[in-house]
Design a protein around this ligand. Structure first.
Ligand SMILES: NC(=O)c1ccc[n+]([C@@H]2O[C@H](COP(=O)([O-])OP(=O)(O)OC[C@H]3O[C@@H](n4cnc5c(N)ncnc54)[C@H](OP(=O)(O)O)[C@@H]3O)[C@@H](O)[C@H]2O)c1
Length: 341
């Protein structure tokens, strides 16, 4: 049976971020969502951005956009330190929120955001476009079906070269750093697979003079014995890779946000516990992750939580608890315990 027609979900964007342009490009052909407005701290910048991106309305402050009754939801690609404040203000204004990763600067902020969402009867979710990719949906299905047995070890890394110019990622005030920016991806992947938060973490990091981590590597141990190793860096060539090793095989994934070629959308599967294991490529469809994510967000709002492929509130809080513990470990040199849920 086909779904009854509904007009597209009307999304407003807070800030003229670089990534907002990619989001707009991604959703441009969607029948389910439409970007109807953008706001900037600067009215001239908002007008220019709206003109360049063919957005109907623009506002010279975030407050003004939130006051617009013709907007159903907001996409928040602000610096990490502002995610909590503006998500909570959006919830108070009755808007649903698709907030960029990482959800917040601390686990406490994440909890405050979900409290606000409950109070104001809206959804706040953290956007990791890879979570809506067919590649990731297939991965989850394969793991749940026990194709590689019990997962015992995960190695996941994400790095690229960030030049030394002005960038929110170099600012400790804006909650930058490699772990918050790109390390949050492998942390979220491991949380998705483990279905639990780690019980303890140990990390080392390299630090900038400004006090953010430019590279970090960590070991995470889970209560059921699963071990994960996570690495991220602003000083390597671009890579994004994860190896998931179970008692009866392995899976490798790129966990990419956007897959434009069949190769990028494939999973590498090895089934068998020994040298006679059988290798195969599991093909999935290439997809723009922003489109898949935004349409899953629309279905969450209109059809309910089972339609959302992204992180649950519990996962987002656990991701922030893990990130906080990793940073504390890297600063102190000690192993940090994370209390059980
Ligand atoms: N999912 C993904 O693929 C992906 C990729 C990249 C980034 N991200 C996430 O998206 C967010 C934005 O990243 P970005 O690289 O696009 O950022 P960006 O280009 O630096 O944009 C951030 C925007 O925030 C607004 N802003 C408000 N207060 C600010 C302040 N004190 N300093 C700087 N900007 C401020 C600015 O807009 P106005 O001045 O116009 O208000 C600015 O355009 C981050 O949370 C990041 O983790 C996600």
């Amino acid at each position: 049976m086909s779904e009854p027609f509904q007009p597209p979900l009307r999304i407003g964007i807070l800030g003229t971020a670089r990534i907002a342009r990619a989001f707009i490009d991604g959703v441009t052909d969607s029948q389910r969502v439409t970007v109807t407005a953008v706001a900037s701290r600067d009215a001239v910048r908002a007008a220019a951005f709206a003109r360049e991106s063919a957005i109907a309305r623009h506002f010279g402050s975030y407050e003004a956009l939130l006051a617009d009754p013709d907007i159903d939801a907001v996409y928040i690609p602000l610096p990490n330190s502002l995610h909590a404040e503006w998500s909570i203000r959006a919830a108070r204004a009755g808007k649903h929120v698709l907030c960029e990763k990482p959800l917040s600067a601390t686990a406490g902020e994440a909890r405050d955001m979900f409290d606000a969402a409950r109070r104001h009867r809206v959804h706040i979710v953290e956007g990791y476009p890879y979570r809506a990719q067919p590649q990731t949906l297939k991965l989850r299905g394969m793991l749940d079906a026990g194709l590689i047995g019990e997962v015992r070890l995960i190695q996941a890394s994400f790095g690229f070269t960030l030049d030394s110019g002005a960038n929110i990622r170099w600012s400790s005030q804006l909650a930058g750093g490699a772990l918050m920016d790109i390390g949050s991806y492998p942390v979220s992947l491991v949380r998705m697979i483990a279905k639990n938060r780690p019980r303890r973490v140990h990390a080392i990091a390299q630090w900038t003079d400004g006090g953010v981590d430019s590279a970090l590597a960590a070991t995470l141990e889970f209560a059921d014995g699963l071990i994960a190793q996570i690495a991220c860096s602003f000083g390597t060539s671009l890579h994004r890779q994860a190896l998931i090793a179970g008692t009866h095989g392995t899976i490798q994934t790129t966990y990419l946000n956007h897959t434009s070629t069949p190769l990028q959308a494939a999973l590498q599967l090895r089934v068998g516990a020994d040298r006679d294991a059988v290798d195969s490529t599991v093909q999935t469809s290439p997809v723009n992750g922003f489109l898949a994510e935004a349409e899953s967000f629309e279905r969450l709002i209109r059809q309910g939580p089972t339609q959302w492929s992204g992180t649950t509130p519990e996962e987002s809080v656990d991701i922030m608890l893990t990130i906080e513990a990793m940073l504390e470990s890297a600063r102190s040199g000690g192993t940090i315990d994370i209390p059980a849920a």
